[in-house]
Structures are given as C-alpha cells and as structure tokens.
Ligand binder design. Structure first.
Ligand SMILES: [Fe+2]
Length: 471
C-alpha cells in the first residue's frame, strides 16, 4: 500500500507545518514560504500531478480532516487562493448553485406521490404543480411490435427504407415536445410497488435560460474538446461517442482500469490532465443535476445497481479518483474541493445517432443530458425532427432540446432518429451509463488476490445518492 504510506507522510508533513500555515493566513504574500512548503512536501494525489500551491492546499484539506484546527486554517488559505485568481468566491458559488437549482436533492418520489394520492389523477396534479406531466403507459415487447435491432429510426416517411421504423404519432408513438417535462410509469401488477418509472424527461434543468446559458456554453465546449482528442467508441455510427472513466480496455485484453481514451499521441501531460479535469467537472455537474431534478427513484436506482460494490469516484489515468471537481461559469472557475464526483463511467456525444439497439447496464436508467442542438443550414426536416431519442417498446420519442435530462432504460430497445448526413440536427450531450461489463469486473475483483486497489485509488463512492458539498 504505497499510496497509504505516502498519504501518511503527507499528513505528518502538513501537521508539522501547522504554525507556518497559520502565519500565512496573516501574511499571504510570503511567496518564498509557500514555495518551500510545496518543495518539501511528499507528492500524493492531485498534488503529485500538479505540484502547485493550490493543489498542495487541496491535498492538505483532504488529508487533515481529522485535525479541525489545521483543517480550518487550510480551508481559509484555499478560499484566499481561490478568490484572488479568477476563481469564484464561496458567496459566488452559493449564489450560482442556488440559481441553477443545484442545492440539495429533488426530494420528490413519484412512487410516494402515487401511494399517497387517492387516485392517479390526483398524483398527476401533484406532479403538474412541479411542471411535470405524469403519464401511465405500458411497455410492450419488441417481438409483439415486430421491432428488431439494427433498424434506422425515422420520423419523416420520405426517409423510410426497407430497414427503418417510422416513429410518429400516427404510428402510435407519444412525441414529447421540447417544452414538456414528463415521467412515464407502467403498472407492475404488484400491491407493494404498483408502478415503475419507465422514462423521465426534465426540461430546462438549469433553470432560467439566461442564467443557464454560460454553463451550457462551457459544457458544449468541453464536449467538443473531448470529442476532438478521444477515441470514438462507435466509429460505425454517425457522429461520435467518447468515454471517460473505467472501462475494460481493448476487447482482447479485458482488463478493468481507467480507460486510455485519448487518441492523439502528442498531447502533453498537462493538456491531458486539463482535458480530464474539465470532463470530470462536466460529469460531476451532471450527477448533481440528476440528484436535484429527477424523482428520487432515478439516483436510487444507480445506488441499488452498484450496491455493495466498491465503485470509485470518477477518475482517469491522469487525474486520480478523489473528491472534488470544478467547472467554469462566465469566465470564472467554480471549485468544489469537498464535493463528491460522478460515478466512474461517462460519455460525451456529438452528432451521435444510432439505430435500434439494446445496451447492457446493471441500472434500469441511463441518463443523457442534451447540452446543445444545432439545425443544419437548410433543414430538410420539420422543426423538432431528427436526432431524437426513441424508446421503441414504450413507443415514445423525446424531441431534443438544450438543458434536457433524459433517464431511460437502455436495456430496452432504443435508438436515435436518423435521416442522413447533413439532414439531422447536431446535438451535443453528456451521459452517465454504467455498463454490465465494468459492474461484473468490479464484482469479480473484490476479494481476489492481486486486487491491490490500484484501479480504485482514492475514496470509493459508498453512497451513490450523495450529492456532494453543501456550501
Ligand atoms: Fe444506447
């Protein structure tokens, strides 16, 4: 356990320098003192990668939680550091989180609302007050509907081919327009849990548009950057899907670890670290949004899907799996050093479309957030059509729009509508999709000899419903 030894050495080092750190609070201009402290410190965690004063402080904050006095000194120094640069202050962070509706959890359970309401309509009225339409809709089977894998999904009959499925209202699909938030439930036939959520769509998940715009712009930039330097996971489909976090490596190797997702050999270490840091920030923000917008059943399903397994916080080969993330808003860095990160498998999508297929997840929900949608210069489709998510056996189409969160069951037949190159709008999006491959590999690794925790460096996520810092 080399890492643990280093951590202890780092903790002892910081503790021995407590007096010097306190002095810095009174006189923050002691640059030489800072440099000496950084130079003499054992390199661990993020500090090992960056070797800077802020990284030193962040690491000190993590390792000194058992010493409240020292912890508060380090916290004060870090706040000072962050407010002096282009970093947001504590007050600014709080204001932004409140404005974006990111403080705390959504606190509503659709199952509970249904159980406590005298009728389905009464439950629907409760959700309507939250701006969400509650819709009862049974899921059918693919064979019953005659749907198969590998079919193109289209919404305009002019683009039908021999291997397409027409996904329109005339064909019995429920088309969710861009302004509508909706939760679809189907009956289970049981007394204890009579309904299960099949699909949840939340619009304007970042609140008011003017407030959300800078964040959406940053997310879109992160996605474009990620797609530019990372391997496309689905090269045979239009657009790109790239990944971050854990994967099983190349198919012939099947080794669980932090994916080698970059495909540009000349990227510097700093560039890769910066790219990963942004992507981790974007994913972790998505995780906050999942917790603060969806019915509690959605994050609870993620927690249940990985229950009892040491899933680590999101990390990469360049950024250790730890607490803390940051994002950019209106030219300022918003650092949340104490916040929990997203689960350890994430994707970014750009212009991505895929015909009917199923995935394999231990969780009945995969979440995608649409961050931008750009129509082609001369749109050949009616507004709202193209590059939309289809749940085939629930027979629903989600018309894509920025700031939309979608939780759908990727184990059921689904896909994206596709009319062809230059015809479909281009969406950018982020997703949290836990794969059964990684799930089973973690399960099988637990307790085995040779499982040295290398992959799982840093604190594991023990509570996936945790939504991080409460500033
Ligand atoms: Fe999929």
């Amino acid at each position: 356990m080399v890492r643990g030894t280093h951590k202890n050495a780092f903790r002892e080092y910081v503790t021995s320098k407590a007096a010097g750190l306190s002095a810095l609070l009174a006189d923050p201009l002691l640059g030489e003192v800072k440099a000496a402290l950084v130079d003499g410190a054992p390199r661990v965690g993020n500090f090992q990668v960056h070797g800077t004063w802020p990284a030193f402080l962040q690491e000190a904050l993590r390792t000194c939680s058992g010493n409240p006095e020292l912890h508060s000194v380090v916290m004060a120094l870090l706040e000072k550091e962050q407010s002096s640069a282009s970093s947001a202050t504590h007050h600014e962070k709080r204001r932004l989180l409140r404005g974006l509706g990111l403080l705390g959890t959504s606190g509503y359970s659709v199952g509970k609302i249904l159980a406590e309401s005298p009728s389905f309509d009464a439950a629907a009225a409760v959700l309507k007050a939250r701006g969400i339409k509650l819709i009862a809709r049974s899921r059918r089977t693919a064979s019953d509907l005659g749907y198969k894998r590998g079919y193109q999904l289209v919404e305009d009959p002019a683009y039908m081919t021999a291997k397409s499925i027409l996904c329109t209202e005339d064909e019995g699909f429920y088309v969710i327009p861009p302004g509508e938030s909706a939760v679809f439930v189907s009956g289970t036939g049981t007394e204890t849990d009579p309904y299960v959520i099949e699909l949840a769509v939340i619009r304007n998940c970042l609140g008011e548009e003017a407030f959300a715009a800078p964040l959406l712009a940053w997310l879109d930039a992160v996605i474009h950057a990620a797609v530019g330097v990372r391997r496309n996971q689905r090269p045979n489909q239009p657009g790109a899907m790239v990944q971050i976090g854990l994967n099983m490596g190349p198919r012939h190797a099947r080794v669980l670890g932090w994916g080698k997702s970059f495909n540009k050999p000349n990227l510097s270490q700093e560039e890769m670290t910066a790219q990963d840091t942004d992507f981790i920030g974007a994913q972790s923000l998505l995780w906050l949004l999942i917790n603060s917008n969806f019915p509690t059943e959605v994050p609870a399903a993620f927690a249940a899907g990985v229950a009892g397994l040491p899933y680590p916080a999101l990390g990469t080969q360049n950024v250790p799996s730890e607490m803390g993330f940051s994002f950019e808003y209106d030219g300022k860095d918003y650092n949340f050093t104490q916040a929990g990160r997203a689960p350890p498998e994430g994707i970014a999508l750009l212009g991505f479309r895929m015909g009917s297929h199923t995935d394999d997840s231990p969780v009945p929900f995969t979440v995608i957030m649409t961050c931008s949608r750009e129509d082609p210069k001369a749109p050949a489709l009616a507004p709202g059509l193209g590059a939309n998510l289809v749940d085939l056996t629930l027979k629903t189409v989600v018309q894509a729009a920025p700031a939309t969160l979608m939780a759908f069951n990727s184990n059921k037949l689904h896909g994206t509508t596709n009319h062809g190159a230059g015809i479909d709008p281009t969406n950018s999006g982020l997703g949290i999709f836990l794969t059964k491959r990684v799930h089973d590999a973690i399960r099988d690794a637990v307790g085995k000899s040779g499982y040295d925790g290398v992959v799982y460096a840093g604190a594991p996520i023990t509570d996936l419903s945790g939504n991080g810092e409460q500033p």
